[in-house]
Design a protein around this ligand. Structure first.
Ligand code: GLU
Length: 276
């Protein structure tokens, strides 16, 4: 197995991010696999090297180790351009706001693109985004927890009008480039998996095994966020944070090796964890 964790460097990782990272590490190391790190800094406006550095320090602080060099998506433009060349695309002149909503945030549930520019858009003076001319409207993937999952595929953004590469394209190209065959991440991204698997199939790339894990929630039952208070590692006591991470996965606090010894994916709870 080759697993990975792929944070976007736009702020410190919080307890929920760290739990997902630890799970990705446990799944990969469980059967002696490799674990890779990738910094998803394609969104140039929101990413910073400083934030990436802090995230790597935090991952090391909770005991995670990784193999090889960290891959920065900001160095991968040539690979994304080569992939883009192999895909059927069209220019889209829809407003920047539409484009941001559809492509910027991996966690957004993008409103399905209505096909406005598919048969020829009206140039707006702005540089156009490039969208995939998708031949399907849905695609089925397999997920460790969800089983067979069919989700929507639309004419997704591949490159934004401002030149930034879209998350969906970058993630597919890089998972294949890094040989990743197991993607463990938060279940807010389950709905993106069909788009990504379809892109992979168009590019002749293998589709990884997906493990979408429940997110950590706040007391209101909403996804934990930084506004929920002292939720980043640097705001918490490190020893206590590590204990709580282990307990949140149903393991007794221990060293990374000790956690690995206890870890059994079949026993992992599918319930969301609430952060008090
Ligand atoms: N970079 C994405 C994020 O920060 C995760 C992408 C992925 O794991 O596929 O949520």
């Amino acid at each position: 197995m080759i697993g990975r964790y792929a944070p976007s460097p736009s702020g410190d990782l919080h307890f929920g991010n760290l739990r997902t990272a630890l799970l990705a590490w446990l799944f990969a190391r469980y059967d002696g696999g490799s674990f890779l790190l990738r910094v998803e800094d394609v969104d140039t406006g929101r990413s910073s090297r400083e934030s990436a550095q802090r995230q790597l320090e935090d991952l090391a602080a909770i005991g995670l180790d990784w193999d090889g060099d960290v891959l920065y998506q900001s160095t991968r433009s040539a690979a994304y351009a080569a992939a883009l060349n192999q895909l059927p695309t069209f220019e889209c002149y829809c407003s920047r706001k539409d484009i941001q909503e559809a492509s910027r945030a991996p966690h957004a549930i993008p409103g399905s693109y209505p096909g406005t520019c598919r048969d020829g858009g009206v140039p707006s003076g702005r540089p156009p985004a490039l969208r995939l001319r998708s031949e399907v409207r849905e695609f089925t993937v397999h997920d460790y927890f969800a089983g067979s999952y069919t989700g929507e595929v639309d004419d997704m953004i591949l490159r934004r009008g401002d030149g930034d590469w879209a998350y969906n394209l970058a993630v597919v190209v890089d998972d294949a480039f890094q040989g990743v065959n197991q993607v463990v991440r938060g279940d807010d991204l389950l709905s993106s998996a069909p788009r990504q698997a379809y892109l992979a199939s168009l590019l002749g790339l293998p589709v990884p095994e997906y493990v979408h894990v429940p997110l950590v929630l706040n007391k209101e039952g909403k996804r934990l966020a930084k506004r929920d208070g002292a939720v980043t590692l640097r705001e918490m006591d490190l020893v206590e944070a590590k204990e709580r991470l282990a307990l949140s996965i149903g393991l007794q606090p221990a060293s990374p090796a000790g956690l690995l010894e206890q870890f059994d994916p079949a026993k992992l709870s599918r319930e969301a964890v609430v952060f008090e």
